[in-house]
Design a protein around this ligand. Sequence first.
Ligand code: SF4
Length: 324
Amino acid sequence: MTPPGTIAFHSPFIPPEWIAAHGLQPSRPMPSPAGVREAEGRCPYAAAFAAGVESGDAVAAVFAVTCDQMRRSAEDGDREGAGRFLFHVPSTWQTPAAHRYYRAELRRLGRFLERVGGRAPEPGRLASEMERFERLRERLAGLRDGMTSRAHAELTARFHAAGELPEADGDGSGNSRGGIPLLLLGSPLRTCDLGLLDAIDRAGGRVILDATESGEREWPRRFDRRRLGSDPLDELADAYFGHIPAVFRRPNTALFDWLAEARRTLPFRGTVLVTHPWCDLWRAELPRVRAVLDSPVLAVDLAGDGVPDGSWATRVQALLEMSA
Ligand code: SF4
C-alpha cells in the first residue's frame, strides 16, 4: 500500500532528498507494463510510468520533461486529485544561467510540494535527508558484489520506490560472484525488462555497474559536507545538475567523458546497451558509444511486454563469447 503523502517521480534530476525534506514520501517506482496500451511512436517506459501514476494512489507525480515522450506522457490521464508537476531541466549545462534555471525549478517544485500537503523544510532537514540518501546509496552499491545482477536491480528498485533499504540483504556471504563483468547502459528498465538480467546471469555474465537511467549513473556525486552545512540546496543542485552525465544534455560530452573514464577504471569486458522503441536519444548515440568503449557492445531493443527470456539468451551468449 502506498504511504500517505507519496509523490511519484522518475529520474532524471528530480532529487528525492528535496521531496523528503518537505515531509513527503518520494517514490520512484520501477514501472510495470501491466495495463499499458503500447502505441506506435510511444516510449514504453514513459507510457508505463504515466499508467502507474494514473492507477496508483500517489498524491502527486513529478514528470521531468527532458524528452518529448515524457512530456507527452505527462499529459495522459485525468485521475482526479492527482497533482502533476512538469519539472523543466535545461538540456544545456555550460552556462551559469542554466544552473540558475535548475535551482529555480527546484524552488518552484518546493512550492508545489507545499500545495499538495508538504511543508517548507525546517532548518537542517534537507542536509539530513541528503546525508541519509547518500548513506543508503553507498550501502546499496556495496551490496552488488554478493548478489546476482537481477537481485541487485530489484533491490535498487526497492530503494528507489521506498527511499529505504531492508536492514540485511545480499546473499550474506560477502563473497564476490564470478562471471564475465559487463556494463549495463541505456534506457531505464521496467519490471518486465529484468528477464534480461536473468539471461546475463545464466549465461555466465555479471553486471558490475548499472549505468541505465534507472541505475547508478543517474545518482548525484558525493555531497560536500562543508557546503551541506552552508547552503544545502545549492549543493543538492550542483551534485545533480552539475554532475550527472545524462543522454539528453547538449552537448552531451559529459556522457562520453564518463564512458571513457569508466572504460579506463572499471574491469568490464563488454556492454549491454538497452533502448526502448522510439527512444531516439539513446539510439542516436549507439555509434559513439561503440567508438568510445572500443569493446564488444550488444544493443538490445526492449521491445515491449512479454519478450521471452530465451530471445535474449543467444545474443547475450554471443556477447560473452566475444568478451571472454
Ligand atoms: S527511454 Fe528515452 S524516450 Fe523513454 S523516457 Fe527515457 S529518454 Fe525518454
